[in-house]
Design a protein around this ligand. Structure first.
Ligand SMILES: [Zn+2]
Length: 287
């Protein structure tokens, strides 16, 4: 009798699990501007995709290297998404039928420092020429970040572009008249003019250009929606469309663009969203 019950129980559990896909985040709660990894384990499915409902962002799943029936997707939270739940809809094809499942990701407000800006807003207003230039440069950058290369161009762990101390953390809030006017969009590293800057990982250079705020800038595409950016450089040592290897010297640091002194500003984008570069590197290196 007991044996029959056990067999029945095993059959019941197998049928329950067979109909379900296994879907989970590496962490159920992240801070604003952090990235979560959504894992998906399922047999015989095709075209797994996800949509972040309120952002209308579609993100691809990719196969986990060296593992069968396992996929992952990088889910970034924007800096301005805080203290909310985002609904993620996963779709896939099984037995020629489209199926859906949903999962929530909690986003809390990160413990970012505040910096009160004392200058009058008229002092930071740009003239028409500069305004046109910054708008053009923003559009050009967004066109790059919105381009997805499905192939993963990296194999080894990500490294930092130089080994010095951090002089300004990612995410510091810029508060003007009690209003959040922006945030520090990257991590600043101490670097006197002429310090060698290396590629954080293998990839393709997609931009080398002098820009209004960022000065001499390099953007590297690592594939699967991951981009790293290096700003305020004094000298480019690579060209657009050039393939680079992890640790390869790509530039010398500098103080070009809108800066108060020499340093390297290092930033990252995932699936077009700007995220904390050090947290991104940490989770990518766990994949
Ligand atoms: Zn910076």
């Amino acid at each position: 009798m007991l044996k029959k019950i056990i067999i029945f129980y095993i059959l019941l559990m197998t049928s329950l699990f067979a109909s379900k896909i296994d879907l989970y985040f590496n962490k159920n709660t992240i801070n604003n501007a952090q990235t979560a990894i959504l894992y998906l384990n399922a047999k015989d499915i095709k075209e797994p995709k996800l949509t972040i409902l309120d952002k209308k962002i579609n993100i691809n799943f990719y196969k986990l290297p060296n593992k069968n029936n396992s996929y992952y997707a990088l889910v970034p939270a924007s800096y301005y998404d805080m203290n909310k739940k985002i609904k993620v809809i996963v779709s896939y094809i099984k037995d020629n039928k489209k199926d859906f499942e949903s999962i929530y990701l909690n986003i809390k407000e990160g413990d970012y420092k505040s910096e009160v800006i004392k200058v009058k807003s008229s002092k930071v207003t740009l003239n028409t020429k500069s305004k046109d230039r910054t708008q053009k440069e923003y559009k050009e950058a967004m066109d790059i970040y919105n381009t997805f290369t499905n192939k993963r161009l990296w194999n080894k762990k990500f490294i930092l572009p130089l080994n010095t101390s951090i002089t300004s953390d990612f995410g510091t809030k810029r508060v003007y008249n009690n209003t959040l006017k922006g945030y520090h969009s990257g991590t600043d590293f101490k670097a006197k003019v002429g310090t060698k800057i290396v590629a954080a990982n293998d990839g393709v250079v997609v931009l080398t250009k002098n820009r209004f705020y960022a000065g001499n800038s390099i953007i590297i595409n690592h594939g699967q929606g991951v981009y790293t950016c290096y700003y305020h450089l004094s000298k480019f040592l690579v060209k657009p469309n050039q393939k680079v290897k992890r640790g390869e010297v790509i530039a010398l640091s500098g103080k070009t663009g809108r800066v108060t002194g020499p340093h390297l500003h290092f930033s990252t984008r995932v699936n077009s969203i700007q995220v904390d570069p050090l947290q991104l590197i940490k989770i990518l290196n766990e994949l």
